[in-house]
Design a protein around this ligand. Structure first.
Ligand SMILES: Nc1ncnc2c1ncn2[C@@H]1O[C@H](COP(=O)(O)OP(=O)(O)OP(=O)(O)O)[C@@H](O)[C@H]1O
Ligand SMILES: [Mg+2]
Length: 471
């Protein structure tokens, strides 16, 4: 089926292009032959006029020889008033008059095509002239071969030959190019058909000749495969990390329960239950984070509303108690369009981290830099080395220092925070700082909304600028 389609495309393209070439060649050839034909006709008339010029003076002066000099493809006869042949070119010696027609009274010249004229061969155009002599009008017949519309057979053969050659070359060229392109596309298709989830490292062949479009196609397919492979690797890594992180608390809980069941009378059941509950909490935290990430990955719609960023952050800071000093540096009236629950979640993740890593102080600032609103969370802890500043945003990444310090984190907090920032068309990065880690969230700023007195009151009542933290 595929081969049939392939051949049919090949044949259709070749026939199509050849037909167009044949049509163009026919048009050009007809024009060319018309030009040649009119040139040849002009040349024949020129020869006739020359014969007239040479013969008429001889008639008028009375020096007309009985045998006139032979010319190329031309026959001449001179008839006196009694219609007797008095002179002719050698091929008509002792032959009767080649024609009987003559010019009407009003004209001195007439012309006819005779096939053949008397005493001659083939179709010829015969010109008849009246030459007035003292004894009456003599007749001068001049015959030249009739010129067809295409001029001559040499021109016709040339035109036909060139047309056939051009059409044949177009057919061969089209066949070659289409076949070459189809072979390259076939190679890409075959390779693509063989690439499955287990062979994602394979790439389609890139043609090394002049097929720019095919090269572009192969390049684009390979770029897509690169991205697909990257995404697939990330997904595999994520799945394996997720299973590992889910398995660890499960294994610990199972061991605790088996141990308790083996020695039910020696077991401190409240203690065991508390330990198992801690494991359940951790499992719950991981599953909740994974669900949040899945929703962010699926680009679930955001509940956007105009928000005073400073008030939102301030409200969240007021809601919590910290074991260290919190420095606030808020510019007034920095408005953004955001999903308050999600931005609060992002802030909580940054604050949790900062609290876990700070020595004594966390600085939170909000300001507007032109079209960008900036929220910074800076702590005075050990900071994050430049080479890890991108890696910590990967899912399940926890730096060694954190693993030693506290085993509670899942390594998903920053991944979620960055997804939230990107869902808001913003960025979340780690910037240089004199001391500690400096997380910077940038969001597009918006104009302050026009709020009437009553709606402002209502907003205050419903806690517009502070929201509960989803976890
Ligand atoms: N303020 C900070 N100072 C130093 N290291 C940090 C800071 N914030 C994050 N990190 C490093 O980045 C890693 C990833 O942080 P992330 O918030 O994603 O995970 P986590 O805090 O370990 O777990 P959780 O999912 O509970 O947030 C942390 O484990 C820690 O090593
Ligand atoms: Mg965290």
């Amino acid at each position: 089926m595929l081969n049939w389609n392939r051949s049919s495309v090949l044949v259709r393209r070749t026939v199509g292009y050849s037909a167009v070439a044949a049509l163009v060649c026919t048009g050009v050839s007809v024009l060319f032959l018309f030009v040649v034909g009119s040139k040849d006709a002009d040349a024949a008339r020129g020869r006739v006029t020359g014969a007239w010029d040479r013969t008429v003076p001889l008639i008028r002066q009375g020096f007309l020889p009985p045998v006139l000099p032979a010319g190329q493809d031309i026959a001449i006869q001179v008839l006196d008033t009694r219609q007797q042949v008095v002179a002719s070119t050698p091929q008509l010696t002792r032959k009767p008059p080649m024609a009987t027609f003559h010019a009407t009274n009003a004209s001195v010249h007439a012309e006819r095509v005779l096939c053949p004229p008397a005493g001659l061969k083939g179709c010829m155009t015969v010109f008849s002239y009246k030459v007035y002599q003292p004894d009456g009008p003599w007749l001068l017949y001049v015959a030249v071969p009739t010129v067809p519309w295409y001029g001559n057979t040499a021109a016709l053969s040339f035109a036909i030959g060139m047309s056939l050659l051009t059409t044949a070359m177009t057919a061969a060229g089209t066949f070659h190019v289409v076949k070459r392109d189809m072979t390259a596309v076939d190679a890409i298709r075959t390779e693509l058909a063989e690439i499955t989830a287990t062979h994602l490292h394979r790439r389609v062949p890139v043609a090394h000749n002049n097929q720019e479009e095919i090269k572009l196609l192969a390049g684009t397919v390979n770029d897509t495969l690169d991205r697909l492979e990257g995404a697939y690797k990330q997904l595999r890594q994520f799945t394996s990390d997720a299973s590992h992180d889910l398995r660890s608390p499960l294994t610990a809980m199972r061991a605790q329960l088996e141990e308790a069941l083996m020695h039910p009378h020696d077991t401190d059941w409240p203690k065991t239950t508390a330990a198992v509950l801690a494991g359940v909490d951790r499992l719950q935290a991981i599953v909740t984070d994974l669900l949040t990430l899945a929703r962010l990955d699926a680009r679930a719609p955001l509940d956007l509303s105009a928000t005073d960023l400073g008030r939102l952050v301030g409200g969240e800071l007021d809601r919590r108690t910290y074991r260290m000093e919190i420095v606030r540096d808020f510019q007034r009236n920095v408005f953004v369009d955001c999903d308050r629950l999600r931005i609060t979640r992002l802030l909580v993740n940054l604050l949790d981290n900062a609290e876990r890593h700070a020595t004594s102080q966390i600085t939170v600032s909000v300001r507007a830099d032109g079209p960008t609103a900036t929220l910074e969370v800076l702590d005075d802890g050990a900071g994050i080395a430049p080479e890890h500043r991108e890696r910590v945003f990967d899912r399940f990444t926890r730096l060694d220092a954190s693993r030693d310090r506290d085993s509670g984190g899942t390594g998903l907090g920053l991944a979620i925070a960055r997804e939230i920032a990107e869902a808001h068309q913003g960025t979340l990065t780690i910037q240089d700082s004199e001391r500690g880690a400096r997380f910077v969230l940038r969001l597009p700023v918006r104009e302050a909304p026009q709020i009437t007195g009553r709606s402002e009151q209502r907003a205050g009542h419903t806690g517009l600028f502070s929201s509960p933290v989803p976890r």
